[in-house]
Design a protein around this ligand. Structure first.
Ligand code: SF4
Length: 332
């Protein structure tokens, strides 16, 4: 319905006879801030583009440079070729390692194959690698809080070769660790883990071990921490939350989990085509956020899809902009 107001009757909307009636439900869309790309993701994407500029196409990338298919397809169109393992890369080619980091064995393998390798590991993941190497030198058993099989955890495990390393993802798994209480132990945390879950697991480790050390400040990175805090706040006053991100992105999954603790209707979607419209309320507020590997174009597509089905208003939750920027990877 057109909302026409007249000077003598400002409170009463009138309809022009014959005008189309817009009877779509009304929704308030609120974008989380911060959301989307972090400094580590930007640096990794820049590294692929810089390598293409320097060496020309194709440049090979071992695994998804960041966990987002739109990013991968965009870079493929620019000349990047994504592979699972180095044996798919022709000898002497240029190869990049993803932002999640790799085991030193992968870098050595690249050297054996005479590949020109660049490591686009996020500096905050590399910091965790240095931490676990320090604990290894001190002879401590290592406990990694994270998800087995995730590339970041696989890469970090590769830095631990001379002491035992154990991956835990819950308080229950801490209880069943095959280690003696007085064994010197150390822990590290996957950078994209849930802040609240990690806190509970660290408390359980402290209760379980008498000689435990951990990071001076949290291993969970600034981007994960900020995005989880923003979606938590937004979820508290939204009727539904949409998380833009891939189902295989740890960062995206944790955002959806955090939101679910405070909001009954949460959907994790790679794009608007995955939204289950039947599960959304017909009025009220929808919060929208995006994982650290999700481009803003995905958020824009989701907002447009809402605009096609609802009468929407759009606003952004207030927050200080993030100032973290990492130095570009040197591509020589
Ligand atoms: S999410 Fe954190 S650790 Fe991962 S790339 Fe971004 S800044 Fe680095």
């Amino acid at each position: 319905m057109f909302d026409l107001r007249f000077p003598d009757d400002s409170q009463t909307p009138r309809t022009i006879p014959g005008a189309p009636v817009d009877d779509r439900p009304e929704l308030r869309l609120i974008l989380a801030a911060p959301r989307g790309f972090c400094a580590g993701v930007r640096r990794a994407i820049d590294a692929v583009r810089d390598a293409l500029l320097k060496h020309g196409a194709p440049v090979y990338v071992r695994r998804a440079i960041v966990h987002n298919l739109e990013v991968v397809r965009t870079l493929e169109a620019e000349g990047a070729v994504f592979v699972e393992e180095l044996d798919e890369v022709p000898l002497g080619s240029v190869v990049l390692f993803s932002a999640h980091g790799v085991s030193p064995a992968i870098a050595e393998d690249a050297e054996r194959r005479n590949l020109k390798a660049y490591d686009a590991v996020c500096p905050l993941v590399a910091k965790v690698h240095r931490e676990v190497e320090r604990h290894q030198r001190a002879g401590r058993q290592l406990i990694l809080i994270g998800h087995k099989g995730h590339p970041e955890i696989e890469g970090t495990l590769g830095h631990v070769t001379s002491v035992g390393a154990h991956v835990v993802k819950s308080v229950e798994e801490v209880e069943s660790l095959p280690l003696h209480r007085d064994e010197p132990a150390a822990y590290a945390v996957q950078t994209t883990y849930s802040v609240e879950d990690a806190h509970a697991i660290v408390e359980a480790l402290r209760a379980r071990f008498s000689d435990l050390v951990g990071p001076a400040s949290s291993d969970i990175c600034y981007a994960t921490t900020n995005r989880q805090a923003a979606v938590r706040d937004l979820a508290m006053y939204s009727d539904a939350i949409i998380v833009a991100g891939e189902h295989f992105s740890s960062n995206a999954c944790r955002l959806a989990e955090v939101a679910s603790l405070h909001c009954p209707a949460v959907q994790l979607v790679a794009g608007p085509e995955e939204i289950d419209w039947s599960e959304l309320p017909q009025s009220g507020s929808i919060g929208i956020t995006a994982a650290a590997s999700t481009p803003e174009s995905s958020v824009e597509a989701i907002v447009s899809a809402f605009g096609a089905r609802y009468r929407t208003s759009l606003e952004e939750a207030g927050a200080e902009p993030e100032a973290t920027v990492f130095k570009r990877l040197a591509i020589a």
